[in-house]
Design a protein around this ligand. Structure first.
Ligand code: NAI
Ligand code: MG
Length: 356
């Protein structure tokens, strides 16, 4: 049975890192007969340049028809404008909402080979393995009404709306409880229930659902404290679940605990397990075109894709083992380089993973 995979390279380092993941997928496809059918489409700034919009209809149609999607990153200074409708990010948000990819899984794992890459002390981070579950299609990033308006006194005012319905909260909580069940049975829900009504409801619903998961130990934490605790004692967490905006910020902070955002994959799933996979980082315009971006987050995203959406667990394992092997060999892109290791570029790293 063929499995359709849509590649969306996007902007900045996106095309460079997706090319390496494509190498890995093609090599496995040939050696293992995975039956993958790869195709490529435009999104983000690349799509704006080609057709004037960040998410062309044919890209959305191809995404809907695909079994899974692998995305690089979108955005860059070239397309920075105040008009949100024609910004590259709109392409990403359009895919997430168009495909109802509400469940964002963002692991933060510290590879033992990279223990020195973290800015935190080894005893604080060694062995770190946490999973942040972020709601991705609701909350303040999508709430209506929104905009910039001019008040009667002539002053301009920006406004957004923070809203979550009960069904939206329940479906993301289910993803988080189930993830915690499969891991170490600890779930920390992050909110701001001392200030925001939306999260008072969130907390109430999670407490209610906890009765259905007696083996999961649920706790609650305010987001400001969660930010402090993540930096102070990150290993206290197993699975964290939170809304779109808090999850955006906390997952980037958690990513940095591991030393490089260039190592971290992510999955965005719909209710049926179909998903879009992408590195946690952005398009890194500061290093784009130099051949030095770390492709491992994207390659590990491809592994997650094989595991969670395509049922190809063995192939996913092979990729993850190969990544560990190249780290064992001492190969490092500049973002994870340390003395005594060997500095390599994007393509060399991709080739090494294929060889491993
Ligand atoms: P960024 O993640 O692109 O870059 C932050 C820093 O990390 C930069 O110094 C960059 O060089 C470095 N970095 C990121 N990925 C790397 C990799 N694979 N290897 C080595 N170093 C890496 O975030 P930033 O600078 O805030 O945003 C840049 C652009 O990316 C903006 O236009 C932003 O809107 C967009 N963006 C897109 C995202 C997406 O497509 N999912 C997510 C976040 C930002
Ligand atoms: Mg972010």
């Amino acid at each position: 049975m063929t499995k359709k995979v849509l590649l969306l390279p996007g902007d900045g380092i996106g095309p460079e890192i997706v090319a390496e993941a494509e190498k890995v997928l093609k090599a496995l496809n040939a050696s293992e007969g995975l039956g993958l059918e790869l195709s490529t489409a435009n999104v983000g700034g690349a799509a704006i340049d080609a057709s004037g919009v960040p998410l062309p209809d044919d890209t959305l149609a191809a995404a809907k028809a695909a079994d899974a999607i692998l995305l690089g990153a979108v955005g860059g200074p070239k397309w920075d404008t105040i008009d949100m409708a024609i910004r590259p990010e709109k392409g990403l948000l359009g895919l997430r909402s168009g495909l109802q990819l509400f469940g964002n899984l963002r692991p933060a794992i510290l590879y033992p080979q990279l223990a020195g890459a973290s800015t935190l002390k080894p005893e604080v981070v060694s062995g770190l393995d946490i999973l942040i579950v972020r709601e991705l299609t609701g909350g303040i990033y999508f709430g209506q009404p929104r905009g910039i308006r001019t008040l009667e006194n002539g002053e301009r005012q920006g406004y957004n709306t923070y809203v979550y319905s009960e069904s939206e909260i329940r479906r993301i909580a289910k993803v988080a409880f189930e993830a915690a069940q499969k891991r170490n049975g600890k779930l920390c829900s992050v909110d701001k229930a001392n200030v925001l009504e939306v999260t008072v409801l969130w907390r109430e619903i999670l407490d209610d659902m906890a009765k259905d998961y007696p083996e999961v130990e649920l706790s609650h934490m305010y987001v400001d404290n969660a930010a402090m605790q993540l930096v102070k004692a990150p290993k206290q967490f197993d699975v964290m679940v939170t809304g779109n905006m808090f999850g955006d910020i906390l997952s980037d902070a958690a990513a940095m605990l591991t030393g490089s955002i260039g190592m971290l994959p992510s999955a965005s799933l719909d209710a049926d397990g179909k998903g879009m996979y992408e590195p946690c980082h952005g398009s890194a315009p500061d290093i784009a075109g130099q051949g030095i971006a770390n492709p491992l987050a994207t390659i590990l995203s491809a592994a997650m894709m094989l595991r969670y959406s395509l049922g190809l667990t063995d192939a996913a394992d092979k990729i993850e083992k190969a990544v560990s092997a190249v780290l064992d060999q001492g190969l490092r892109t500049p973002d994870i380089y340390s003395e005594g290791t060997q500095k390599v570029g994007t393509a060399e790293m991709g080739d090494a993973v294929v060889a491993a």
